[in-house]
Ligand binder design. Structure first.
Ligand code: I3S
Length: 125
């Protein structure tokens, strides 16, 4: 492994477009606003970018739109918070709530499973 990669977060799932709606911030309810976000899962964070990132070049640090801390977070499928299909919710330990959705069930479950594993392993450490 090259030394230049040591500052890169450990990527668990490569970038993909997911629909994201932040419905609360630090316990305060927000107006739901679905946005297509370029999402990357690392070993402890879900990185959300407004614009698609190149896999090969380094990610532009300033272009991150939101970072979801997964340590101590909670994830569950929900059918109540949206009329859309394949919606799951992540609640962070600081009380922010995110809905994530994509029309492909296999894509949605791939992300759900990977995020759940990340949360589970962060609790154990
Ligand atoms: O939970 P809500 O309020 O039914 O969510 C809908 C709204 O966010 C709506 O925006 P406006 O409040 O500006 O109309 C969105 O367009 C809808 O997509 C939301 O419902 P779904 O079921 O798509 O999450």
């Amino acid at each position: 492994p090259g030394g230049s990669e040591t500052l890169e977060p450990l990527v668990q799932l490569k970038g993909e477009h997911l629909n994201v709606a932040k419905i609360s911030e630090s316990g305060k309810k927000q107006r739901k606003n679905w946005t297509l976000m370029w999402s990357i899962l690392t070993s402890d964070q879900l990185l959300l970018y407004k614009e698609r990132q190149q896999e090969t070049s380094q990610q532009k640090p300033g272009s991150k739109t939101d970072v979801v801390q997964l340590c101590g977070a909670f994830i569950e499928w929900t059918t109540e918070k949206s009329s859309r299909k394949n919606v799951f919710q992540i609640t962070t330990n600081t009380g922010s709530e995110y809905l994530l959705q994509t029309d492909s069930y296999s894509t949605a479950s791939k992300w759900y499973d990977a995020i759940r594993k990340t949360i589970d392993s962060s609790v154990r450490t």
